[in-house]
Design a protein around this ligand. Structure first.
Ligand code: CMC
Length: 428
């Protein structure tokens, strides 16, 4: 593109190339800013205006409420694809053929055994430990059992480490929950589908057969697809930046899990349910909590509302709200907090505070209600988000390494003390 952006500073003017994405988004390429201006940088806390990379994985238009994975609309994928197809699509760029999908599934299932010593690590955690902390530690610990770093120039080595983590991660997810519930640690079966296997590993009781419920399988499949990638969000950027130092895949993923845990990001799904429970316990007065959310002296925020990029609606939230209604009806569950959630949403959408700030329900406003209906404990919700986001993290890590991106290392504007003499302790 020949268009240029002009910047004037200190009486001089500089030109920077403008880059254009395939969906016509524009960006100013400032990679030569420091060298051409003798040290000037941009300042953008929270990276609200900063693109960290060029990526061909996910397209998102926050104003129009659009989300595409590799060119496919999220609505169509949620309705027609299954999670494993989406995993393949995100990582390798195209939907798999039947035989590619079969091989991919086979390779994952046959890489799913976790070293028995990992159980000893899990054993050392107290039962009260939050599952996200446990999952993060176990994911990191996998590195100790797979110490050779991936040769990213070898397609085969890259593929092997990808199927390895896709095989072992669901086992860690299931064990994390089983530890919490005091159940024996088990394995699934190589004959089951990816999502079916996750459910069996999580829920099978030691003394009875586990019968898969197709409604539950479909609901979890859909939730995982909706969470599978979301371009350069907090946890994904963390994975990319950790991996940019050439740290291995598993530890880069562990850093992503830490970032996801926070209540402003993936931890919101747990926080939403806790908030709805608190409203219910308080007598169901949603107006009281709305007032708290608007009060600048109160740290309370309406969890599950607002998004850094969606300023119109979150397309995932639309799909999830409908799915919550369907899943609860199909399972014959009446959950009073669904009604509280709907009431809260209605009030917020009519309230000038939320309207002016473009705060809409996000993906996590209704997801917890579905997880709850599926029998998943509240503290496991963010772990389920991590299971869904895993392919996105892998795809973004792979892209970053294949593109040979430089180490991520932002700059700063220093606002501390200028140089001053040291004062010995007795004179301070
Ligand atoms: N409740 C009340 N006020 C809010 C909320 C909320 N949930 N979200 C934003 N605001 C207000 C905020 O106080 C600020 O007001 P003012 O301009 O008067 O200072 C304004 O809206 C803009 O907020 P911001 O914090 O500058 O926006 P951001 O883009 O930095 O933050 C967010 C986005 C998602 C962190 C934020 O909306 C939030 O904390 N939401 C609740 C947590 C949540 O649901 N997170 C899940 C996000 S979706 C899942 C994922 O992918 O992570």
């Amino acid at each position: 593109m020949s268009e240029k952006a002009t910047l004037a500073i200190n009486g001089k003017s500089y030109e920077f190339p403008v880059v254009k994405g395939t969906e016509d988004e524009l960006g100013i390429d400032i990679s030569s800013l420091r060298t051409s201006t003798d040290g000037v940088i941009t300042l953008d806390p929270g990276f609200k205006n900063t693109g960290s990379c060029e990526s061909a994985i996910t397209f998102l238009d926050g104003e129009k409420g659009i989300l595409h994975y590799r060119g496919y609309g999220i609505e169509e994928l949620a309705e027609k694809a299954d999670f494993l197809e989406v995993v393949y699509l995100l990582i390798f760029g195209e939907l798999p053929t039947e035989s590619e999908l079969e091989k991919f599934h086979y390779d994952i299932q046959h890489q799913s055994i976790v070293d028995e010593d990992v159980k000893k690590i899990l054993d050392a955690f107290p039962k009260s430990a939050h599952p996200m902390g446990v999952l993060c530690s176990l994911t990191s610990a996998l590195t100790a059992f797979n110490p050779t770093s991936v040769d990213v120039r070898s397609e085969e080595a890259m593929y092997k480490s990808i199927v390895k983590i896709l095989g072992k991660f669901p086992v860690l997810v299931a064990w994390t929950m089983r530890k919490k519930m005091g159940l024996p640690l088990n394995y699934g079966s190589t004959s089951l589908g990816y999502v079916e296997n996750v459910l069996q590993m999580m829920f099978r009781q030691p003394n009875e057969e586990y019968t898969l419920n197709p409604i539950v399988v479909e609901a979890l499949d859909k939730l995982l697809i909706l969470h599978a990638d979301h371009e350069q969000n907090c946890s994904t950027s963390t994975v990319r930046i950790a991996g940019s130092s050439h740290a291995g895949l598993f530890v880069s993923l562990a850093s992503g899990i830490s970032a996801l845990w926070g209540p402003l990001h993936g931890g919101a799904n747990q926080a939403v349910i806790e908030m709805l429970e608190a409203i219910k316990a308080d007598g169901g007065d949603t107006k009281k909590f709305m007032a708290k959310a608007k009060d600048k002296n109160d740290p309370f925020r309406l969890m599950g509302f607002g998004h850094r990029v969606y300023k119109n609606f979150d397309p995932r939230a639309k799909i999830i709200k409908k799915a919550a209604d369907e899943v609860l009806a199909d399972l014959g569950i009446e959950d009073p907090i669904l009604e509280i959630a709907k009431g809260l949403e209605k009030e917020a959408l009519e309230d000038p505070y939320f309207v002016e700030r473009k705060l809409y329900p996000n993906v996590d406003f209704y997801s917890g209600i579905i997880y709850r209906a599926l029998g998943i404990p509240t503290e496991m919700f963010t772990v389920m988000f991590a299971l869904g986001r895993l392919p996105g993290w892998i795809a973004q890590w792979r892209e970053m390494r294949l593109n040979k991106e430089p180490i991520g290392r932002p700059r700063q504007i220093y606002i501390g003390k200028t140089l001053r003499p040291f004062i010995p302790v007795e004179k301070r």
